[in-house]
Design a protein around this ligand. Sequence first.
Ligand code: MG
Length: 395
Amino acid sequence: MRISGIRCVEYVGALPADRPFWDQRLRRPVDLYPEYADRGPEQLVRRDDGTLEVRQLFLHVDTDEGITGTTAVLSSDQAHLLRTTLRNTVVGLDPLAGARVWDIAYRSMIHGRAGAGMLALSALDCALWDIRGQHFGVPAHVLLGGPTRDAAPAYASTLGDSLEPDAVAARTKELRALGFRGLKWFPRWGPNDGRAGVRKVVELVETVRAAGGDDLEIMLDAWNSWDIPFTVAVARETEHLRLRWIEEPLLPDDTAGLAALRDLVAGRTQLAGGEHEYTHWGVARLLRHAPLDLYQADPHWGGGISEMNRIGALISAAGRQFIPHGQSLQCNAALTFSASPGLIPELEYLLRLGPLYQHFLADPIRPVDGVVHAPTTPGLGMRLNEEAIHDVREL
Ligand SMILES: [Mg+2]
């Protein structure tokens, strides 16, 4: 089999909604500057008919045997590099020989070893797993030795939810009733909010604990936006509330800071990170210099499903756990259901982005009673829902 073409296609559809898509956004590192902190979420465009416009870029990798592998959702940077650099490199190669394609693509694009280039290579790698699964007529996790179990728990990431206490309490109860056993929240406050900011974060956790009960797992994602004193204060003042972890409190390159922080919060909560790390070499450096409790590399960003397998082996050998970041449920299901539950105990489900990123898919993955079942569709299960597609534009 040969790769015969690479297409980046924009699909346009609509989402019925009587209110803006986002109630809140996550805190970003640049929010340290007040003129950026004040900016609200970037909302989906509301169309004349009242619906919200959904516009997403997909990668389709075509083969000379009629099988097409698909990955979604791409950034415009990813799409550009796929259409230019990577297309010229990989058209004509055998998509079944994925390790060879990965190595050739990586070696041909040395500036692409991180950032947008690695995101592009990651999308290509995931699409090749989709091709291989379809070729052999099995889900991608079966190619990797799965299923290791029939179902895995999913924790809910509340990215985009209101942080007003009444709304937080109501949402927590609603999600508990849906069967979620763990909730991750995204505080907007950080170091520039001083003591009041710490207090707001503690209040958030208090609200979730009170509404969710003793058995709920509670996590916080600081999205690279805190510093050591702020994180230590939050860990210290939420100790009695039993936070399961604090995620990405510092900038991803600050491995010395992460190493220091891990000692400072040890015993109070766990430190999670690695969502913005690339390749097994990057995660190996992180493991060496800033051993975290939990790693969260993303198959769509950090090197694809192939690279996540190598990363999983490194994390396992270091005695830590791995919950891939939840950009693609299809890719994460391939990894989760081919890994030991001891290494990948659960999946992340982003309550708003999960459905949005699967808007154009015919077989979306959705947790039921807080668990995701092992997919049975061949490849990654990326069949398109033609009814959701109102317009198509190939780049
Ligand atoms: Mg995160």
